[in-house]
Design a protein around this ligand. Structure first.
Ligand SMILES: [Mg+2]
Length: 377
């Protein structure tokens, strides 16, 4: 029997609560104590496994409970008994069976790809277009309400060779943001600085504050206002010379088409958790690049499996040219879930070439951090 004709016989879920090293503030909300992700394992009849991760953030994409239920209750029956080779059809069925829940669909797509790639002894990037880069520049976000702790992180990043940071702004007062931008310019001149408001500015204050921040000439300024405020994004973009990036305003290709039509941004943050799968993420990236927009590989509060999925996506998508922010596994979680560390060296993520995603999760860690009740493993 050819490998991809194998039937999917196992569908297991873990709902993880993963301790983090500090509080982080963003324009739309805080993360403190733990972050929660859902892990999916598919098993084929030969016993091969494929893994996927859903990393929702309740104020951004949705809740872990909704993600778990989408997979457990509605997507599970669409997958069991199907052939691994039916990936596209399974994804279409999942899209039609559950509205939204893009993180759940990404976990499914990732697990199907990991399984198909392992069965055919190839890396995932070979199945989604082929590799166009071996390394990806890493950006680490600074979002600690205690800037002294972020200074300690900056010193560590400097040692590690990281040269891009993204300053999270708009969660406290404007002076705090300007103070940190000054400190970065003065004490950490070797870093490229990007700014992300995560929708944190009110419509009344947005233009004046973004103008102030633009005087520091950051690499780009991301999503200063709420996602639906396309008109305001377009106005701000007109008013500043620094590139304006859209994140929360653009989830899938439908949003990207509107964003291009209405001229709201000079670049876009691509996230598998927003797009609902690899094909849709690649479509958004290519639509943006075809208009001359910059494309950035963003992330959510993720563990290593989601980072690996994003790494294979970017490795195989020429349009994503502004690097990535897969830093949580190394710099934010107290302990990641992978068997070996997420591959990162000299400020760059290293693209794995071993079969599947390249690394599996550690089963002991999954069971240790699992908070799912009832079904699952
Ligand atoms: Mg963002």
């Amino acid at each position: 029997m050819s490998d991809n004709n194998q039937i999917i016989t196992g569908f297991d879920l873990w709902h993880l609560s993963l301790p983090v090293v500090s509080a982080r503030d963003h324009g739309i909300g805080r993360v403190d104590g733990t972050c929660e992700v859902v892990i999916l394992r598919l098993t084929s009849e030969s016993g091969e496994t494929g893994w996927g991760e859903a990393s929702p953030w309740v104020v951004f994409t949705g809740s872990p409970e909704a993600t778990f239920a989408a997979l457990d209750r509605y997507i599970r029956p669409l997958v069991l008994g199907r052939k691994v080779a039916e990936r596209e059809k399974i994804m279409l069925d999942a899209e039609r069976a559950v509205a939204h829940c893009t993180e759940a669909k990404t976990a499914l797509d990732t697990a199907l790809l990991d399984l198909a790639a392992r069965l055919s002894n190839q890396p995932v990037h070979a199945l989604v277009g082929g590799k166009c880069r071996d390394t990806i520049p890493l950006s680490v976000s600074l979002a600690n309400p205690d800037f002294a702790q972020d200074r300690a992180l900056l010193n560590r990043l400097r040692e590690d060779g990281v040269r891009i940071v993204k300053l999270k702004t708009g969660f406290r007062d404007h002076d705090f943001d300007l103070m940190r931008l000054e400190a970065l310019a003065l004490d950490y001149p070797e870093f490229v600085v990007r700014v992300d408001y995560n929708q944190g500015l009110s419509p009344e204050d947005a233009l004046a504050r973004v103008r102030d921040v633009a005087t520091f000439r950051p690499d780009f300024i991301e999503q200063p206002v709420r996602a639906p405020h396309y008109d305001l994004m377009a106005q701000i973009r007109e008013a500043i010379v620094v590139p304006l990036l859209a994140d929360e305003s653009v989830f899938g290709p439908e949003d990207m088409a509107r964003a291009i039509r209405e001229g709201i941004c000079d670049g876009v943050s691509i996230k598998l958790m927003k797009s609902g799968g690899f094909a849709r993420a690649q479509t958004v990236a290519t639509m943006a690049a075809n208009q001359g927009l910059g494309v950035y590989g963003g992330d959510m509060f993720e563990a290593g499996i989601a980072h690996l999925a994003g790494t294979h996506l970017i490795a195989a998508t020429r349009a994503i040219d502004l690097g990535c922010e897969f830093y949580q596994a190394r710099y934010y979680l107290k302990e990641d879930i992978l068997e070996t560390p997420f591959p990162c060296n000299g400020g760059h993520v290293q693209v794995p070439d071993t079969p599947g995603l390249g690394i599996r999760p550690d089963l002991d860690k999954l069971n240790h951090y699992n908070i799912a009740k009832g079904r699952g493993t």
